[in-house]
Design a protein around this ligand. Structure first.
Ligand SMILES: Cc1cc2nc3c(=O)[nH]c(=O)nc-3n(C[C@H](O)[C@H](O)[C@H](O)COP(=O)(O)O)c2cc1C
Length: 215
């Protein structure tokens, strides 16, 4: 059975919703799945004067409390890793980068080599840096010698109006800092597409584990 880790950071719930859909699709496809959220790196509020955002963040934190926090061992365990991050100025979110920095020892013993990896994102606007965010995260995959699995244009779901980015599923949240309405603009097509992307990634991992010797 293939081991799939869905590792994500989310502050206001959009990436969380996509990550849950990714995990459900992987489970349905028969994989062993670990859904893992990356912890915050600071206790300081990110936007102390932006009340709606802070309330939305609090609501998300409460809703995702039961999701286990990601550990480097989850990456060691996984054959495939599907990563989710909000776009922040066209880059992956800081807490996820902090988690990635802790892979140093695992990477040094080539523990991430040949694992199938793929990434998805959510940003406020469609041209707010979705592709650069995915590429900033995927850049790390090159260093690990991971096998990057893009969704490309390999299924009709990727051509639906709220999808269309071949680098990785990208949802557009708009103004999402609305407590009580978190992730309301993540579409059913986004959820189906991230499920498709995840199953494609685990299928590549299955082929790799059959065809390649690890280490
Ligand atoms: C510090 C920060 C920087 C952001 N930068 C961008 C950006 O460059 N482009 C954009 O479209 N949205 C940007 N956003 C909005 C988030 O990407 C967007 O709200 C996303 O849906 C949040 O995902 P989450 O709900 O999983 O946290 C930024 C948000 C924050 C807090």
């Amino acid at each position: 059975m293939t081991n799939v880790a869905i590792v994500y950071y989310s502050a206001t719930g959009n990436i969380h919703k996509l990550a849950v859909a990714a995990a459900e699709a992987a489970e349905k496809a028969g994989a062993q799945v670990r859904l893992r959220r990356v912890a915050e790196i600071s206790e300081e509020p990110l936007a102390p004067n932006y009340t709606e955002w802070s309330e939305a963040n609090d609501e998300h934190v409460a809703a995702s409390r039961d999701v286990p926090v990601a550990a480097i061992e989850d990456l060691d365990w996984a054959d495939a890793v599907v990563w989710g991050t909000p776009g922040r100025y066209g880059l992956l979110a800081g807490p996820l980068k902090h988690f990635i920095d802790q892979t140093f020892e695992l990477h040094a013993r080539r523990g991430l080599m040949n694992k199938a990896m793929s990434a998805f994102t959510s940003t406020g606007t469609p041209h707010g840096g979705q592709e650069s965010t995915i590429l900033s995260l995927s850049n790390v995959f090159y260093h690990w010698g991971a096998i990057i699995v893009p969704p490309g244009v390999t299924d009709d779901i990727l051509l639906t109006p709220s999808n269309g980015n071949p680098y990785g599923v990208s949802a557009t949240s708009g103004l999402q800092a609305i407590p009580g309405h978190l992730a309301q603009n993540v579409t059913d097509d986004n959820l189906a597409a991230v499920g498709y992307q995840t199953v494609r990634t685990l299928q590549v991992a299955e082929a790799l584990t059959k065809g390649l010797k690890k280490g």
